[in-house]
Design a protein around this ligand. Sequence first.
Ligand code: IMP
Length: 195
Amino acid sequence: MKDILFATANAHKILEIASLLGPEYRLKSLAELGIKEDIPEDGDTLEENALAKARFLFERFGIPCFADDTGLEVAVLGGAPGVRSARYAEASGDMMARSAANIRKLLEALSRHTDRNARFRTVIAYLDGEKEWLFEGIVNGTILEEPTGSGGFGYDPVFVPQGSARSFAEMSLEEKNALSHRARALKQFLAFLHS
Ligand code: IMP
């Protein structure tokens, strides 16, 4: 089994990714290494943020590591909230409170628009000590007029992936993994790791 470090403090992401990684790899999380806070994400693109997080960890722990950064890109808002998805509403409080505020701001921004097309885009950066690689996963969909469902996290209650009648928050983890941006980026990454 090979150790691989994943740069996130988000327990939902750990669950999603551990269930996709397979038995060959042991996923180490930041919590296992005693890092409780998220690593700062102040780049201008998802690519910059993912690379910065992976580099930060590689410098400290020296084992292969990967980091992801995700943005919800809404067409009529010119790609916003995009790289600012986590702090779109600049709200304080716990993750649930911040997500609720972000969703409120998004629905308000879209209230005058009929075009509700959006996509989630995930970028994964991987460092093995010799080289750096980037992988991308996209899922297209639409934004609902009000939150629906209680699963998932972030913008899941308002995002309906193309071809589905339900939001990500109404799906099981397996259903979301079959379609999601992160699963798609991870699939590219895993194909690379296993090649
Ligand atoms: P992160 O930088 O990858 O953690 O993602 C930034 C923000 O995008 C998160 O704080 C969430 O609000 C949102 N986000 C990321 N992935 C998902 C997802 O799978 N579903 C819903 N929202 C997500």
